[in-house]
Design a protein. Structure first.
Length: 107
């Protein structure tokens, strides 16, 4: 087996470091988004939710999003009721500034 040139080893280390950096920046955002989805799912499966007003449910979702540092606004929370079933959709955008690149993550 031949020796690998030093520049290839250095390039591989740089690529792995960049991937680690991106994962370190983006993973917490996705984890918090997952936690919010779990919370909303638990609300829709709760029997008491049907008795609560849309405004109260919206405030609950906004409070949870605020506690997770997610930029959810009241217009981003959509509540629909059909035949005793409550559905809650939450839409928001997280802006992430990376070195040399900015990205908007849509949830």
């Amino acid at each position: 087996m031949k020796n690998v040139p030093r520049w290839r080893v250095a390039a591989a280390i740089l690529v792995l470091a960049a991937l680690g950096f991106f994962a370190g920046v983006l993973t917490p955002i996705y984890v918090r988004g997952f936690e919010l989805r779990q919370f909303v799912s638990s609300l829709t499966h709760n029997v008491e939710t049907a008795d609560r007003s849309d405004g109260a449910l919206t405030l609950m979702v906004l409070a949870k999003a605020r506690s997770l540092s997610l930029p959810v606004t009241a217009p981003g929370v959509q509540i629909t009721r059909t035949e005793g079933e409550v559905r809650i959709a939450v839409h928001y955008v997280v802006k992430v500034d990376l070195p040399g690149y900015a990205v908007e993550l849509h949830f």
